[in-house]
Design a protein around this ligand. Structure first.
Ligand code: G3P
Length: 218
């Protein structure tokens, strides 16, 4: 499973990219607003930092507006993925943009049939929002399993499942178990994947014993 980071914070992205485990980045209007910076500047900097796909979301809600916004976003760098909402106009824009050779991420997916529409429209990625479904008492991960099953039924559907709205270490594990192609993970959760109290405890004990030997490896 590929790891994308879900943030527009360039310092966080640089730190995670340095680990060599980052396959891409997703942003959305909320994350851009949180960065306090102009979208084109942020996306340009992210694209120069990370080789993989970088999702930049349109703000227009009509087809013509989305197409007008997609052009300058796509011109920022070759690794820009245009993110469109899962609406009728968004799906229409997805079809047109993917026909033009652009990578497209269809976002705000909350049902398996929406995911089917995105795949039929040639989306590169579909973004089912796991956490937001959990928030309203539904099983977000079940949606990932349903989409996996549907896409696997049809060889011609090439869309990658990008598990979004990931809120925990458990979500990352379950997304991988469900066969998501990608998980887009907030920085704090991604960093938290390294941690386990037994790792810390075990290392402290190894180091204490090693010290007693008085040895040096170098
Ligand atoms: O980027 C889309 C998605 O990951 C947002 O997550 O936590 O705001 O529901 P969240």
């Amino acid at each position: 499973m590929k790891f994308f980071v879900d943030t527009a914070d360039i310092a966080e992205i640089r730190e995670l990219a340095a680990l060599g485990l980052l396959d891409g980045v997703t942003t959305n209007p909320t994350l851009i607003a949180k960065s306090g910076r102009p979208i084109k500047d942020v996306i340009k900097e992210i694209c120069a930092t990370v080789e993989g796909p970088v999702s930049a979301e349109v703000a227009a809600t009509d087809y013509d507006g989305m197409m007008r916004e997609a052009a300058p976003l796509a011109a920022i760098a070759t690794n820009v993925t245009i993110k469109v909402p899962l609406t009728i106009d968004g799906i229409k824009a997805c079809r047109a943009l993917s026909k033009d050779g652009h990578k497209v991420n269809v976002t705000l997916c909350f049902s398996a049939t929406q995911a089917l529409l995105a795949a039929k429209a040639g989306a590169t990625f579909i973004s089912p929002f796991v956490g937001r479904l959990d928030d309203i008492g539904l099983d977000g991960m079940e949606l990932i399993r349903e989409i996996r099953q549907i896409y696997d039924n049809y060889d011609h559907l090439k869309t990658e499942i990008l598990a979004a709205s990931i809120r925990s270490n458990l979500h990352v594990k379950q997304a991988a178990m469900a066969g998501a192609d990608v998980a887009t993970i907030p920085p704090a959760i991604l960093k938290g994947l390294f941690n386990h109290p037994l790792t810390d405890k075990g290392l402290a004990s190894f180091l204490a014993d090693w010290k007693k030997t008085g040895q040096s490896i170098t």
